[in-house]
Design a protein around this ligand. Structure first.
Ligand code: CAA
Length: 399
């Protein structure tokens, strides 16, 4: 039987980032609360031209360039986001144009808070398993892009857990990175008000400590369901949804408790979870892409040594729904990861001051109505796709 899974991954992050120690100083909070207490070091800050469409398009461009795949191969394009730019037109439609995808292509946006990207990924796996990839006379693959800008109010408890970025993935047969176990997954859902973003607001509303409890309940439900679905209960690494690094540690502790392995927490966390947290600690919460940023981090650190090994993946979307699923690192993944140069976008960023960050955030409200020519000019040498503003109620992009 053929394998199905993640063939390639690429990231796009904003040009600017904030050191969380700088934010802590400005808010009169000990830096230790953010850095050790929450497990966050830097957070990406999206400028006006780095909207979710631009981030998604830049991640996908990089994906094609690094993986050797071509837009002409795409038969399904799904964008997971909770930072939609329109009530009707999906980001996937913008991508279809900006990337030059084929007209014979299924294109849509998926939403369930941070679960939207996983909904896209699992839907793409089903699409391939259903044999759709062989339409149009040649083999086709799926493009799944997770893109978000996480915003909480300035000075709120959620502020240090912001972030922004996009993760683009090719989903295919005989994948070169992760072979997913089709049908081996556990899901969970419950109607809760832990985190949401009302229609009138660009910023999320969150019941912070309740959201942590909802996440842990969902993990327990999804993990139990996965254990029922899977004959083999073991994985050597687990990537969790990472709103902030400490949440992944809390999740791992909770999960070890379910397995009766509490005593192993520190050693198990260092080995099984910590390698996946480096990228998230440099970018912050990217909502739908957060689990896949963690996966990219794990692959970047350990793909070669983990070839053939089984990993677990936990996706959580507030509101809420969750899924625990599993897969195996593909033979040759180490070489593929070298080719993808996953960390490169993180190495070329600019440190912002708190004043620069606050200026960007304070201008946020007007960005979706700004006429073309009125927003700060993007540096196009660094961004191939950039949001330029509005013309006749249409969003305009430099491409
Ligand atoms: N040095 C070291 N550690 C310190 C410290 C210091 N000086 N001061 C405090 N700490 C520790 C605390 O002990 C605490 O650790 P534990 O959680 O292990 O007990 C940690 O720092 C955080 O302290 P508080 O709980 O007091 O922090 P807070 O109440 O101000 O904010 C939060 C925490 C509620 C999670 C807030 O950041 C928040 O609302 N974040 C957004 C919501 C969120 O991310 N929820 C996660 C689950 S929902 C989800 O996953 C979906 C999603 O993507 C949003």
């Amino acid at each position: 039987m053929t394998t199905i899974g993640i063939d390639a991954i690429a990231l796009a992050v904003p040009q600017g980032y904030l050191e969380l120690a700088d934010l802590a100083a400005a808010r009169g909070v000990p830096a230790g609360k953010y850095v050790e207490g929450l497990g966050v070091r830097q957070m990406a800050v999206a400028a006006a031209h780095e909207d979710p469409v631009a981030l998604a398009a830049n991640a996908a461009r990089r994906l094609f360039a690094q993986s050797g795949r071509s837009p002409s191969e795409i038969g399904l394009c799904v964008v997971g986001t909770e930072t939609a730019v329109d009530h009707s037109k999906p980001i996937a439609a913008y991508l279809h144009g900006l990337l030059g995808l084929p007209s014979r292509c299924r294109v849509f946006e998926a939403k369930h808070a941070c679960f939207g990207g996983t909904a896209g990924l699992l839907g793409a796996v089903d699409w391939i398993a259903a044999g759709k990839m062989s339409g149009n006379g040649k083999p086709r693959v799926a493009l799944v892009v997770c893109t978000d800008v996480a915003r909480y109010g300035l000075g709120t408890a959620g502020e240090p857990t912001q972030g922004a970025g996009a993760v683009a993935m090719i989903v295919s047969e005989r994948p070169r990175l992760v072979e997913l176990e089709v049908g081996v997954s556990g899901s969970y859902a419950r109607d809760v008000h832990d985190f949401w973003r009302p229609l009138h607001s660009k910023e999320a509303v969150v019941d912070g400590h309740h959201s942590v409890a909802c996440y842990l309940d969902a993990l327990a439900g999804a993990f139990d369901a996965w254990r029922e679905a899977s004959s083999d209960k073991s994985v050597v690494r687990t990537c969790y949804h990472v709103p902030y690094g400490k949440m992944a540690k809390k999740a791992h502790k909770h999960r070890l408790g379910l397995e009766g392995r509490e005593a192993e927490l520190e050693a198990s966390y260092e080995k099984e979870v910590a390698p996946s947290l480096r990228f998230p600690s440099l970018v912050g919460n990217v909502y739908t892409g957060s689990l896949y940023l963690a996966l990219a981090s794990l692959l970047d650190a350990e793909a070669a040594q983990l070839e053939g090994e089984r990993i677990g993946l936990f996706s959580y979307g507030s509101g809420c729904t969750a899924e625990f699923f599993s897969g195996r690192i593909a033979a040759g993944a180490g070489k593929m990861v070298e080719q993808l140069a996953l960390a490169a976008p993180l190495d070329a960023r600019t440190r912002l001051s708190v004043a620069e960050y606050e200026a960007i955030r304070n201008a946020d409200g007007g960005v979706d109505r700004a006429p073309v020519g009125t927003l700060p000019a993007p540096s196009l040498s660094q961004r191939t796709v950039a949001y330029l503003g509005i013309e006749s109620d249409r969003r305009v992009y430099a491409n």
